[in-house]
Design a protein around this ligand. Structure first.
Ligand SMILES: Cc1cc2nc3c(=O)[nH]c(=O)nc-3n(C[C@H](O)[C@H](O)[C@H](O)COP(=O)(O)O)c2cc1C
Length: 202
C-alpha cells in the first residue's frame, strides 16, 4: 500500500515542530493520502544509540521508512542544526535509504537566525541518502506559534505554507504514480516486440 511516513524529531512531549507535523499530516490525509508516524523520541534510546537493528521497534521504524513513497521530517533547530534524534535515526538507514522518495522538511526554531540550517545541515544528509526530490522547507519561529489552551496557535500564513507543502507533496506523488503506470504500460507494449527479436536471434 502506498503511504507517506512522517517523522517527529523533537525530544519534547509538547513540541512545536510535532504540532506543525500534525497539521501537515491532517492536510495530507484530507488529500486522500495514508500517513504513518514515527515518533523518534518514543524509540528505545539504547537500541537507537547502539544501532540495534534486531530490536523490533527499530526494525519496524526502518521498514516503515523503506516502504514509504514520501517522508515528512519535522525537527526543532538545535545548535544551528537539526535535532540529534533525527540524526541518530537517519544514521540507521542504508546508504540509499531515501532513494526515489519525496522528502518534505519541516522545522521550528527560536528565531530566524538559523533558518538556513535545513539547507546547509539537513539537505546534504538527505542527498547522501539518495533523496533527489526535496520539497520547499517549511519553517516557523516560536513567535509564529504562541502557546494556546489546546497546544499552539499557528499563524494563518504558517498554516498556509504547511497546506501548500501538503498540496505539493500530493501532486508530486500523483505524478510519480502516473510515471510508474506509463512505464509499466510501455513495458507490456514492448514485450511482444522484444519476444519477436529474441526468436529471430535464436
Ligand atoms: C538545546 C536547545 C538548542 C536550541 N538551539 C537553537 C538554535 O540553534 N537555533 C534556533 O533557532 N533555535 C534553537 N532552539 C530553540 C528551538 O529550536 C525551538 O524552541 C523549537 O521550536 C523547539 O521545537 P520543539 O518544540 O518541537 O522541540 C534551541 C532549543 C534548545 C532546547
Amino acid at each position: 500500500m502506498s503511504y507517506v511516513v512522517s517523522i517527529s524529531g523533537s525530544p519534547a512531549v509538547q513540541s512545536r515542530s510535532t504540532w506543525l507535523l500534525s497539521l501537515a499530516e491532517s492536510a495530507l490525509r484530507s488529500r486522500g493520502l495514508t500517513v504513518r508516524r514515527i515518533d523518534a523520541r518514543a524509540l528505545p534510546p539504547a537500541a537507537l544509540m547502539h544501532a540495534d537493528f534486531a530490536h523490533p521497534a527499530i526494525r519496524e521504524a526502518l521498514e516503515l521508512i523503506e516502504h514509504a513513497q514520501a517522508v515528512v521530517i519535522a525537527t526543532p533547530l538545535y545548535k544551528a542544526s537539526y535535532s540529534g534524534l533525527i540524526k541518530t535515526l537517519l544514521d540507521l538507514l542504508p546508504q540509499t535509504g531515501l532513494a526515489g522518495k519525496i522528502v518534505l522538511p519541516i522545522a521550528t526554531g527560536g528565531s530566524l537566525a538559523h533558518l538556513l540550517a535545513l539547507d546547509y545541515a539537513l539537505k546534504p544528509v538527505l542527498s547522501s541518502l539518495g533523496a533527489r526530490h526535496h520539497l520547499t522547507n517549511v519553517f516557523a519561529s516560536d513567535a509564529d506559534m504562541p502557546k494556546s489552551d489546546t497546544g499552539y496557535s499557528v499563524h494563518a500564513e504558517t498554516a498556509q505554507r504547511v497546506i501548500a507543502s501538503a498540496d505539493a507533496l500530493a501532486h508530486a506523488l500523483g505524478e510519480q504514480a502516473q510515471l510508474r503506470e506509463w512505464r509499466s504500460k510501455a513495458a507490456v507494449a514492448q514485450a511482444p516486440a522484444l519476444a519477436g527479436l529474441v526468436r529471430c536471434a535464436t
